[in-house]
Write a protein that binds this ligand. Sequence first.
Ligand code: TRP
Length: 351
Amino acid sequence: MTESKNIVLTGIRPTGALHIGHLVGSLYQNVEIQNQGDYERMYGMIADAQGLTDNFDNPDKVHENVMEVALDMLAVGYDPNKTALFIQSEVSELTELTFYYMNLVTVARLQRNPTVKTEILQKEKFNGGVPVGFFTYPVSQAADITAFNANIVPVGEDQLPMLEQTVEIVHKFNSVYGDTLVMPRAVVPKSRIAARLPGTDGNAKMSKSLNNCIYLKDSADDVAAKVKTMFTDPNHLRVEDPGNTTENPVFLYISVFAKPEHFAAFLPEYSGYDELAAHYERGGLGDVKVKKFLNSVLQETLRPIREKREEFARDIDKVVDILREGTKVARVAAEETVKRVKHAMKLNYFD
Ligand code: TRP
């Protein structure tokens, strides 16, 4: 039994299969926190309703990806005995809280939210206008967090503005209606490089629409093919040429994923990353050799994940049961919060 009073909430938008950017950007951290066990309760939410805010015209995509993401989460080590895995839209209290919190946020404040701002600019489909639901999703995220009294919210760096917005909403709520909501704190991965893994094409972000992702469910052959065609230093033409390792995704991936035992097994002539990078920068080390090493590292990293994923995928009924049970647990907690919130707001006529 743990003495800890922490409540941890993690959330993922199911708009595509998860990739190695998610792995280092948030999933490893979430599973580590889960396994350290310093909490009273931990939740893993699949944010399908949020996924719809920028995919309202594509319900099939969100629907299908709920199961994909559930499989990915289980495959990387989310453990249903430790974490309540649940589906956001099945906890309707979340939409209720969102409606109340909307009174506490100004339009100008949402317009300044950096994540919302960049996403609006990135999404060409918003040329027809930004849906109100998308614009206000930071408010719904505050509902997700406070509904479960989460005080610890492990997120990728891109989510920090969302947490800031939640903190403001909690402050405002508590000062207007009295101390009701728990103040959350974001926890981000320690490694700055890992927090934002570039795509295989060298683009700053790994993203489905750029077709530059290595997915957790990719076959061994897919991974090998993707590594083979990865962007490296375009000026490193001949083996003898000095190469750049800092803007080179192959080296970035190696620095993030390669462990000492990978060097020992696949590249014993180098003591580790520093020696390998120094050789490349000096000249005399070819891309083919480096990519072959990266491929071995990624195969070792992804094989156990893929195998576990396939195991769960063979028993989808069991996965549905896991989600159903987790959703029950989540609903009980959210119901209790809505009661408290409505009471604080004096929306309690029949008490
Ligand atoms: N915005 C998160 C993402 O894009 C998903 C999310 C929804 C979330 N609600 C949350 C994350 C609450 C943390 C807490 O992946």
